[in-house]
Design a protein around this ligand. Sequence first.
Ligand code: NAP
Length: 247
Amino acid sequence: MRVLILGGTREARELADIVTGERGFEIVSSLAGRVRAPVLPVGEVRVGGFGGVGGLRDWLADNAVDAIVDATHPFAGTMSAHAATAAAAAGLPLIHLRRPGWSAQSADRWMRVPDNTAAAGVAAELGDRIFLTIGRQGVGAFAHLTEPWFLIRAIDPPTAALPPRHEILLARGPFTVDDECGLLARHRIEVLVTKDSGGELTAAKLTAARERGVPVVMIDRPPLPSGALTADSVAAARDWLIERRDA
Ligand code: NAP
């Protein structure tokens, strides 16, 4: 059974790893090619966009794919939508592997917002020293804010327009709570802005914000395609693949 894993996440790598060890699977992982030095999954990997829904449909047929796991990041909404449309058109089974989002605890001060633009408006109201941990792609939505100072953390340098008062911190998780507390203290951070990515890898910043009483602007996930079948763990996605194989 030939399986396309749409990747770019730790879960996608873990799934490629465990399913490669199962009988009867051929796995090909796909990366968008955004990160300069990506952590690669085991096995066959292709890199770069497919060229929209039509390109993906052609690729699925040319590569004799039998099933698709969309294990992209919860915020890669375009790729998830393309996967759903192309899979439906090709009559292929598709599951979206989505780690659960984060939940606030009683001591947290979280403001949920629908997108980067709304986050910029709310963050500027909450404080003058803002820690942006939304990756490099959405930073442009904050470029018009000339008064606050920003600490911008990303894996690769942002290419979008940036707010004039900022410092860039290039780093890749996981981060510890101690490190995150130190960072918040050192930079006198008053507001944390994050996407609701979920998962353990980058959750320490939320614990640090709680401990230091820093408010959090939490950007909600884009919706999954309607009628989407989902798995909330790597094990559940593997079980679904095994069921398909044995059907
Ligand atoms: P996106 O906005 O949903 O996708 C934009 C375009 O990038 C897609 O239409 C597709 O191009 C291409 N693409 C995306 N994921 C791909 C994949 N796995 N393989 C091949 N092409 C892919 O995606 P994004 O938010 O830019 O994210 C890009 C990649 O980074 C994803 O693989 C995602 O898992 C990873 N990532 C994203 C975030 C985030 O916060 N967005 C965080 C961590 C990792 P075509 O239309 O040409 O096919």
